[in-house]
Design a binder for this molecule. Structure first.
Ligand SMILES: Nc1ncnc2c1ncn2[C@@H]1O[C@H](COP(=O)(O)OP(=O)(O)O)[C@@H](O)[C@H]1O
Ligand SMILES: N[C@@H](CC(=O)OP(=O)(O)O)C(=O)O
Length: 548
């Protein structure tokens, strides 16, 4: 399978790292697994070998003379001379925070990767568990806690404890993360001193999460005998706009990343372990982030850059589901989606994929597979350019909460031209993007993209929203409506009459009035705007009607 697995003869166990009493050492062992197993007190297999016939290597955890030992078991495989054309990198495997939340999870992920003998993957990792949230909270606390208290911020202690415990449990050297933990503490003291947390500093602060998770994982792979090489995305050519906290990947990224990763692989093959979520601003040269959940976008960008066969995003759910399982726990996995469906679904609020992540995959025409790292046997969701839509009606229901809606009415619109242009030029001038639009002869209803508003903190600064209204009132009568939700029905809009008939019957039964409806030209999405406080109930009722 991957780089570093220099398979040698019959089934072997090598190398073996012994861990006990905080110290570690390596012994080369050549032995039949059963023979080895019979000589130890207990064997815990970290694999689901039974379900995968092609399993060629796996991590065994054994107890030997009272000590816990992680062992990589390998079998002979032909053509393992990396660097040959047929041994080029094959796919991207991205693991989110939930997949690498602990030492135990990292072991399982390592084994999962090794269970695909025909893949030579690029691994993209997010920060461990909820580290990003904790880093942001720590930063906010640092602003007001005073320099002397910065070292004892609870979230900093939590992050230190999690990462130090993880390296200890994996039996790797503390120095893998201690320089980063020390620098993180210094940074928090700096924020406390300045009493200020800029967006640029925020991005630098959260980058510690991915920088540490990838270093830990690469060190662990090396420890179990798999050649791996850690990369910080901002060092390998992931070049972005300078929109801190919400940066966009720039075109220059693709050749730069290809040159670096493929060059290193050709020179000395080792599994690349890349930080998700991070980039480098093209003007500032500072660390940027791609927006929350941005590791999905890192994965698809690398897939496109390297022209790989497949991009896999490993989550904690059995794929993209028919709706958010937090709203409706019995949601079912969707087996197939098109890039367009997945993009609409992500854009309209399904947290499972980053809103921009389908773009590079679509441009490179590289299939994306959404899989469950807790349940690898589940087939997951396969996202491709096209799929058989002949039987498709509704694919998924998505909810986007707390959006702002504007009703813009002009009597002068009748038979006039230039009104829409005027309205949209106001949004362009203010740098606000619009989500859903419905028009009639005399009115426009639209919703504003909340992520853009939040990143500019417009919601908090109500005066800026007032400014939008003020500008629009120069050309029309404006009604600003807040606390609304968009329910998006993703599916085959060729069957819109069927979908709408059913949807409106459900909504009528539930006494819900739809305030706006939009069926876009994308042919995959019908959006309905309802009150926030009715939205979840609507989603549940619609789910029952369409999927059960
Ligand atoms: N339609 C949906 N399908 C699947 N998961 C969804 C959907 N909507 C929301 N989710 C949520 O998205 C989560 C997975 O996304 P995310 O937290 O970004 O994963 P990761 O951190 O592993 O990348 C799930 O645990 C689930 O709660
Ligand atoms: N760690 C970042 C990036 C990311 O993609 O995370 P996850 O894959 O866990 O959603 C975040 O929390 O936003």
């Amino acid at each position: 399978m991957a780089a570093g697995l220099q398979f040698s003869g019959v089934k072997t166990l090598c190398p073996v790292s012994l861990r006990g009493g905080g110290s570690s050492c390596c012994l080369p062992v050549r032995s039949q697994r059963l023979h080895f197993a019979s000589s130890v007190a207990s064997v815990a297999e970290f694999s689901n070998a039974s379900a995968r016939s092609c399993l060629r290597s796996r991590v065994l955890r054994v107890r030997c003379d009272g000590r816990v030992v992680d062992v990589l078991e390998k079998e002979e495989t032909k053509n393992q001379s990396f660097g040959e054309a047929e041994n080029q990198l094959t796919c991207v495997m991205k693991f989110g925070g939930s997949s690498v939340a602990s030492a135990e999870r990292m072991r399982e992920v390592a084994e999962l990767i090794l269970s695909f003998p025909n893949e030579r993957p690029v691994i993209v990792l997010s920060a461990m568990g909820k580290t990003t949230n904790k880093l942001l909270l720590a930063g906010e606390k640092a602003v007001s806690c005073g320099v002397t208290n910065a070292s004892s911020i609870d979230e900093l202690s939590f992050i230190k404890e999690l990462h130090l415990r993880t390296v200890k449990e994996l039996g790797i050297d503390k120095s893998t993360v201690t320089p980063h933990l020390e620098e993180l503490e210094q940074l928090l003291k700096g924020i406390a001193m300045m009493k200020e947390l800029t967006l640029r500093t925020k991005d630098y602060l959260v980058s510690f999460g991915e920088c540490m998770s990838t270093r830990i994982f690469a060190a662990y792979l090396k420890k179990i005998g798999v050649k791996a090489r850690q990369y910080d995305a901002f060092e390998i050519g992931i070049i972005t706009t300078d929109d801190f906290t919400n940066a966009d990947i720039l075109e220059a990224t693709y050749p730069a990343v290809a040159k670096r990763l493929l060059g290193d692989w050709d020179f000395d093959p080792a599994i690349p372990i890349v930080t998700g979520f991070l980039g480098k601003g093209w003007r500032s040269c500072a660390v940027t982030t791609l927006g929350r959940g941005g590791s999905d976008l890192t994965a698809t960008a690398i897939g496109k850059a390297l022209g790989l066969r497949e991009i896999q995003v490993w989550k904690d759910v059995d794929g993209v589901l028919t709706c958010d399982p937090n709203i409706y726990p019995r949601a079912e996995p969707v087996p197939y989606l098109t890039f367009d469906e997945a993009a609409e679904l992500a854009y309209f609020g399904a947290q499972v994929l980053h809103p921009q992540s389908m773009r590079p995959a679509r441009e490179g025409d590289i299939p994306v597979r959404v899989k469950n790292s807790y349940n690898p046997e589940a087939p997951g969701t396969l996202i491709t350019r096209a799929r058989d839509m002949s039987k498709a009606v509704l694919t998924s229901i998505v909810l986007k909460r707390n959006i702002t809606m504007l009703d813009i009415v002009s009597t002068r619109m009748l038979g006039q031209y230039g009104f829409l242009a005027k309205v949209f030029s106001i949004f362009e001038d203010l740098g606000i993007s619009v989500d859903v639009v419905a028009t009639s002869e005399v009115s426009i209803s639209l919703t504003l993209d909340p992520s853009k508003l939040w990143s500019r903190e417009l919601i908090q600064q109500a005066s800026e929203l007032d400014h939008v209204v003020e500008e629009l009132e120069k050309v029309a009568v404006v009604n600003l409506l807040q606390h609304r939700s968009i329910i998006s029905l993703i599916g085959n809009v060729q069957r819109s009459s069927l979908i709408l008939e059913k949807a409106f019957s459900v909504l009528r039964t539930n006494g819900v009035n739809v305030q706006m409806i939009s069926q876009g030209a994308s042919k995959v999405n019908i959006s309905l705007v309802v009150n926030d406080n009715e939205a979840e109930q609507c989603v549940r009722a619609l789910h029952s009607a369409f999927f059960e």
